[in-house]
Design a protein around this ligand. Sequence first.
Ligand code: ATP
Ligand code: MG
Length: 206
Amino acid sequence: MSNELHQQQSAEEKHKARQQKIKANVDKRVAKATKECGVLVVITGNGKGKSTSGFGTVLRALGHGLKPGIVQFIKGSKWECGEMNILKQFPIEHHVMGTGFTWETQDKATDIAAAKVAWQKSKAMLANPDIDIVLLDEMTYMVKYGYINLDEIIEALTNRPPMQHVLITGRACHRRLIELADTVSEVQPTKHAFQDGIKAQKGLDW
Ligand code: ATP
Ligand code: MG
């Protein structure tokens, strides 16, 4: 056997042994994860991909016949978004806060009233065992602005049906919601097309 061939075989064997070790470790961890329960997911950070991740998960759940509920905080009726154009064809409980972006509206009292209505809808979903997965898109801002009581949110999340999944998206998520969540992802903006003067693109950004 040539030296080159011998070296190649030995590298392959080493690779195989390494992969087997990784697989054994993964299998051990998979075998340990036996619990079945509703999971609270927070997707936060300043990078792009939070809402699309939330809506993607709703689509995934629908694909398994699960029943979703969606509340869109912040986004108003004039802000069309492609995901809802599709999702509204499915049996989904859906509520849009409908005042537009909060930093665009000047009327704080109207915003607070709209936030409270959206929160009542969310609360009803969080108490309904027929809803398998609840997306609370951009809810973090309602806490940041003090429009919804944080203790009330934590109580509703804690007492929700045990098998219900919840997804909360938005920047600057409150520390207590992060502590309560089972899964937290922070999306980092390594770069964004907007910084290069590229406007929000239909089908990609909305
Ligand atoms: P997406 O809906 O695309 O998943 P997102 O939910 O992570 O984005 P938001 O903070 O809700 O982000 O912002 C909504 C809009 O702002 C989207 O059009 C998104 O492309 C854009 N956006 C997100 N992150 C940034 C950023 N770092 N700089 C500029 N624009 C951004
Ligand atoms: Mg978003």
